[in-house]
Write a protein that binds this ligand. Structure first.
Ligand SMILES: Nc1nc2c(ncn2[C@@H]2O[C@H](COP(=O)(O)OP(=O)(O)OP(=O)(O)O)[C@@H](O)[C@H]2O)c(=O)[nH]1
Ligand SMILES: [Mg+2]
Length: 710
């Protein structure tokens, strides 16, 4: 394959709500450009993009796929993204490296939730967007209604470039108001015949042509002057104007296709070649240190890894975009984050799972390598000495959790390795080995996301896994001051064990007064790794316990604090004052004092009106206005406290605080409540008391399994 320079490279992502036809459109683009000789279908599981088993099974994309089409003199890199909201990580990853987004709309369903969610991401990335109204052959397709919805949601920048002459089964003609041509397709689609716009359509087409010119000229003074002078713009002026408007997001041109019948993909690709910005026309990427890196093939070599894939028959692949310089096969590059020198043994361009060797990839291009030693998504690869880091992709916070375990003994290590692989290829899937909960927790974007992980563990990694609800990291504290005593005495054979400890436990808070009636001789403050504090005071008088035993007492207290008396959860925010005790000249030792410390603490804690705390999350629910009522009335069932509701365009943003125990189910609840039209984001806020009844139940459950301490 020839080497393309930045002027002849276009990087686009196919975006949109699930089922809009992105994968089918990608297939049509590949077929039209001759990259593939047979057009696969999603239903048969034969498309280039949806090649994973799980995608074939679900008849829908799960992973972003990198592809390319050589159209005329250009190489169009295409990333087909999954539309289902759980896989948004791949959409964000794609937007980070492409220059233009192609928003595919379903001509029947119009603007959908996914369309709007993804639109927001394009806004955040300031990505130029083209809209494609697909499925114009569908019996209920309504192009104009779809355009109206798009204009309503995204603004009057939405401008028709093409429209279908007739929709439904007789669809075979696209009127293009940029070229002022009618494209007529044969029954199998493909290359259309160019004809004159039918008379009946001329007035409408001219009107739209003028609208197009006006919106282009409106944002460019020179063009406007020219237009006012001559009343027309020539093709080159129009092209330039369009490109500039696209880059500034001042226009969202609308196309129409029937991907299924292979109608319209070619003309769309020509537009991508001619109008969509080249990598050099977009603002250069800014490095973390703030310098700009233009897409110059002669510049210092720098590439960014945006995606990883691990497939049994393909190997471990890293996908990257070259931002500066030229990447050559056999070249050594340094990974800025891991410090490892990586040899780019073989370079590829890929179409789904098919790869093709290439020798060189210039700035602006997208490619892949296999078997790097220590390189991950978000790493920057650069030539030696050019120490540069590009900003990482910021993936969204996880929304749901599940605990994963192995059903087969001895497979724990294999499970660990497989989970590591899953996270490598999908950074929105997070793995936590929680010592506290004694569970491996998998965190993801939604139930479907977690189910996908399970499918991969079972089918790709051949593991027998078990999914259980994730435990909640409760905390325990106290509300009263209590003095406790414990005498530990054991006579077993020769040497005995003896220790007696008197301690006061109090709820700790910042700035509290010294313990009443006690003399403090030593203070130790521990910031607990799980939040909160332990303040440990030595208030011993007259040496009744030797100072050397105090650390052992504190150790005993800490031991109990890692497994609180109420539910076995971590204890936080207590002050412990050891003020009396007894020793035995022979039988007292550290072990004895540790036990006495632990037991004295436990007894005092239980008497000190213990309180169970639970993690509370700030939750931001984003929903269409008409769904506010349903969502609000459901929230009390989730023990959520509403903080406020704000408007955001067509959406309402409801802020509330919800216990984690409820949040784990909320993704599913919200989906069924709103047919997937609402989404949410959450972040940890605070620990708050668990309602008494629930706390009581959790305590009872714990006692069933609790073992005797001493
Ligand atoms: N009638 C008609 N159906 C289409 C067209 N394009 C796609 N479809 C059908 O719509 C369904 C979804 O198509 P996909 O290409 O998988 O859609 P997608 O946007 O990739 O969906 P996700 O990967 O789930 O986000 C499939 O059944 C396609 O056959 C079209 O132009 N016309
Ligand atoms: Mg798809």
């Amino acid at each position: 394959m020839k080497t393309y320079d930045a002027l002849h490279i276009r990087n686009v992502a196919l975006l949109g709500h699930a089922g809009a036809g992105k994968t089918t459109l990608a297939e049509a683009m590949l077929f039209e450009s001759g990259e593939i000789t047979r057009r696969g279908t999603v239903e048969e599981g034969t498309t280039t993009s949806d090649f994973h088993d799980i995608e074939r099974e679900r008849v829908s994309s799960v992973f972003g796929s990198v592809m390319f089409a050589e159209w005329r003199d250009y190489k169009i890199n295409i990333i087909d993204t999954p539309g289902y909201v759980d896989y948004v990580g791949d959409v964000i990853g794609a937007l980070r490296v492409v220059d233009t987004g192609i928003m595919v709309l379903d001509g029947h369903n119009g603007v959908e939730v996914g369309t709007e969610t993804i639109w927001k991401y394009t806004k955040q990335f300031q990505t130029p967007v083209i809209c494609v109204v697909n499925k114009t052959d569908h019996e209920h397709s309504n192009f104009w209604r779809t355009v109206e919805q798009a204009a309503d949601r995204f603004g009057r920048e939405v401008t028709v470039v093409q429209y279908p002459l007739k929709e439904g089964s007789t669809f075979n003609t696209i009127i293009d108001v940029l070229t002022m041509t009618a494209y007529v397709f044969g029954p199998d689609g493909g290359k259309p015949t160019k004809t004159e716009i039918p008379d009946a359509e001329k007035a409408r087409a001219s009107q739209l042509h003028n609208d197009l010119i006006e919106i282009i000229a409106e944002n460019d003074e020179d063009l406007m002057d020219h237009y006012l002078d001559k009343g027309e713009l020539n093709e080159e002026e129009m092209r330039k104007g369009l490109t500039h408007s696209l880059i500034k997001r001042e226009i969202v041109p609308v196309f129409c296709t029937s991907a299924k019948k292979n109608m319209g993909a070619g003309r769309l690709m020509t537009f991508i070649d001619v109008v969509v910005p080249a990598p050099t026309e977009m603002p250069p990427v800014t490095t973390i240190s703030g310098s700009e890196l233009p897409a110059d093939p002669k510049g210092k070599t720098c590439a960014f890894v945006f995606k990883a894939m691990s497939e049994a028959n393909v190997g471990e692949m890293s996908f990257f975009r070259v931002y500066s310089g030229t990447v050559k096969h056999g070249m050594d590059v340094v990974n800025e984050q891991t410090g490892v020198t990586e040899r780019l043994g073989q370079l590829y361009v890929v179409n789904g799972h098919k790869r093709q060797d290439v020798d060189t990839l210039e700035a602006g291009d997208i490619g892949a390598v296999v078997k790097l030693k220590n390189t991950h998504v978000n790493n920057t690869l650069h030539e030696k000495g050019f120490n540069t880091a590009l900003p990482p992709i910021e993936f969204p916070n996880p929304r749901v959790r599940i605990a994963v375990g192995s059903n087969r003994k001895g497979e724990e290590d294999k499970l660990g390795i497989a989970l590591h692989h899953l996270h490598e290829e999908d950074p929105t899937l997070i793995i936590e080995h929680s010592v506290e909960l004694n569970q491996i927790i998998l965190l993801g974007q939604g139930e479907m996301h977690l189910q996908t992980a399970k499918h991969r563990l079972v089918n790709r990694f051949k593991l027998d896994v078990d999914f259980q609800p994730a435990r909640v990291p409760y905390r325990e504290t106290i509300r009263k001051t209590v003095d406790g005593v414990y005498r530990h005495k054991k006579q077993s054979g020769g040497a005995g064990q003896f220790a007696e400890v008197h301690m006061r436990v109090e709820p700790y808070h910042e700035g509290m007064a010294a313990p009443n009636g006690l003399t403090v001789r030593g203070t130790e403050v521990t910031d607990l790794p799980w939040g909160g504090k332990l303040v440990f005071l030595n208030c011993i008088v007259g040496g009744v316990i030797e100072t050397r035993f105090l650390p052992a007492i504190m150790k005993g207290v800490m031991e109990k604090m890692t497994e609180g008396p109420v539910t076995g959860s971590y204890v936080r925010d207590v002050r412990v004052s050891v003020f009396d005790g007894k020793m035995h000249a022979v039988d007292s030792n550290e072990a004895a004092f540790k036990t006495a410390g632990r037991m004295a603490f436990k007894d005092a804690f239980i008497g000190a009106d213990p309180q169970l705390l639970e993690p509370i999350y700030n939750v931001k629910v984003i929903m269409p206005e008409e769904q506010v009522g349903d969502i609000m009335s459901d929230l009390p069932l989730r023990r959520a406290e509403i903080v406020g509701v704000d408007a955001d365009g067509h959406y309402q943003i409801l802020t509330c605080r919800m216990p984690l125990a409820e949040l784990d189910k909320y993704a599913t609840v919200l989906r069924s409540l709103t047919a997937g039209r609402a989404t949410y984001d959450s972040s940890f806020a605070d620990y708050l008391p668990v309602p008494p009844q629930l706390a009581q139940k959790l305590h009872q459950d714990y006692l069933v399994h609790a073992h005797d301490d001493e």
